[in-house]
Design a protein around this ligand. Structure first.
Ligand code: GLU
Length: 492
């Protein structure tokens, strides 16, 4: 059997980071079976439309390497993929349901429905349509239609049956039909409701597998009834577990990123986001944690998706991102970093472009283990890219390190200068540099930190920065000597 999955967003704004997991599971499942993944736009709720949502979502899917095979305006254009362009199709199928006596016209006014709901609420009984129009005779219905009364069309939910379906993840789900409302299928404005359009479209567009968020479980019995009313085969349905914010209390509102775009803006890597999301609710049944997209395609198994919710934890995402940053080839990392800056921080890109690629790559290769994401880099590289600033006295003088006055500092920095100026030392690595420093400091009968602390402060004036050896290794001898001499002059 050929498999076709779909992502069916409503164009109501940005792509939520959690929805990206829905996309991912649909994508992995379809690609594993060498079949197709489609995007359909569900825009029947006209009150919530946000312009350009779909273009933005498609752009993001493309960045993540999950461009659908079929999507609005793609080459593979089989039919309109936007529900508002399919209204005549829904009209045709709604007529069919009415003719089959599986649906009926409802002429109840909004006022009547509001009163009904309020009455039920005051009696503390479930709010439901009271089927007032279900039993109108054909003549009564026709008379109202002829008089031009506004109507909706409702599903005729069968009495006293159990509506059953098998969810590929949750198992058998059974709901008594008395708990299911005579759902509106067609609204007064001629637009279908989600329930009707989703069934008609999934059927006509030959979707074989519906993989969606489990908040849609309560709607599925209604869909099952519509499939049955038409006599259509029901696709395989899988409801994936909900996601829950971890450490919600710990996060301030500002940290509350919901849009995928916000994660990209912070400089999370695509591969890290994909890897992390894939594991949120799916058990790869191994202790391995790191998977590329093609490994995920190969290994993903819908049946191994958990039934219950998973925590979305930004700290876990940081862990995955740090892993990819640390292990990526520096050239690739550099290219990605430049690409990131070209979108999110052009000014910084311009700044680093004034330096040699070798210098920039060296910085990345020293700092890739210290950052969680690209936007951490700016703060950590001030002393590599911006003009020299003298360190504050309070930073460099430190009685605990026996750096009580500037004489102590000067003595220490002169040792560093002597080492740096000695041409016979090549400093092939930070380890080699370290060995030389330790030996010379020992000869001067000083403690390591007594020399290394002021060295690091004179090179990078911030409270936090890489260690002295890393600083020297990146700045290299000439610039390090420059900075230290500048500083020594300033304290004279
Ligand atoms: N339009 C629905 C949504 O945005 C899709 C639900 C479904 O996949 O059936 O959540």
């Amino acid at each position: 059997m050929t498999i076709k999955t779909r992502f069916a967003p409503s164009p109501t704004g940005y792509l939520h980071i959690w929805s990206l997991r829905t996309v991912l599971y649909n994508y992995l499942y379809a690609k594993q079976k060498w079949w197709s993944f489609m995007l359909r736009v569900e825009d029947t709720d006209r009150t919530r439309l946000v312009e350009d949502s779909i273009e933005n979502m498609l752009e993001i899917l493309e960045k993540f390497g999950m461009t659908p095979d079929e999507w609005p305006n793609s080459d593979l254009w089989n039919w309109p993929y936007v529900q508002s362009e399919r209204l005549d199709i829904y009209q045709k199928y709604i007529k069919e349901l009415i003719e089959k006596e599986q649906a009926y016209y409802c002429f109840c006014t909004p006022e009547r429905l509001t009163n009904l709901r309020e009455e039920q609420q005051s009696l503390k009984i479930p709010t439901k349509y009271d089927q007032n129009c279900r039993f109108l005779t054909e003549e009564e219905t026709q008379a109202k239609l002829d008089a031009g009364e506004k109507y909706t069309v409702r599903l005729k939910v069968p009495k006293d049956i159990n509506i059953e379906f098998i969810d590929a993840i949750k198992g058998k789900i059974s709901v008594p039909s008395k708990d299911v409302d005579d759902q509106v299928l067609l609204k007064t404005d001629g637009f279908p409701t989600y329930h009707f359009a989703v069934v008609v479209d999934d059927y006509l567009m030959k979707v074989t597998d519906i993989i969606r968020w489990d908040e849609w479980i309560p709607s599925t019995p209604k869909h099952v009834l519509i499939y049955r009313a038409f006599g259509w085969e029901i696709p395989r349905i899988s409801h994936i577990p909900p996601l829950i914010w971890a450490n919600k209390k710990k996060l301030s509102k500002r940290d509350w990123d919901v849009a995928v775009e916000q994660y990209l803006e912070k400089g999370y890597l695509i591969e890290a986001i994909i890897n992390y999301l894939a594991l949120l609710g799916w058990n790869p049944k191994t202790t391995e944690e790191f998977f590329t997209m093609s490994e995920l395609i190969e290994r993903f198994d819908l049946e191994a998706v958990h039934k219950s919710g998973a925590f979305f934890d930004v700290e876990r995402l940081d862990f995955f991102n740090a892993h990819y940053l640390k292990n990526m080839d520096i050239l690739e990392l550099y290219e990605k970093f430049k690409k990131y800056l070209s979108i999110y921080d052009k000014e910084f890109l311009e700044k680093i472009s004034n330096f040699s690629p070798e210098y920039n790559k060296k910085i990345l290769s020293e700092l890739n283990t210290r950052i969680k994401k690209f936007d951490d880099l700016k703060g950590l590289t001030i002393y590599f890219y911006w003009d020299y600033t003298f360190p504050e006295d309070e930073l460099i003088l430190n009685s605990k390190m026996k750096l009580e006055n500037f004489d102590d500092v000067e003595k220490a920095l002169n040792i560093t200068l002597e080492i740096l100026k000695n041409k016979s030392w090549k400093f092939e690595s930070t380890d080699e540099m370290k060995a030389i420093f330790i030996e010379k400091i020992k000869e001067a009968e000083m403690k390591n930190w007594q020399v290394l602390w002021p060295t690091r402060c004179a090179l990078s004036w911030e409270k936090f920065s890489p260690w002295a050896f890393e600083m020297i290794y990146i700045l290299w001898k000439e610039e390090s000597i420059n900075r230290i001499e500048k500083y020594l002059n300033s304290i004279k």
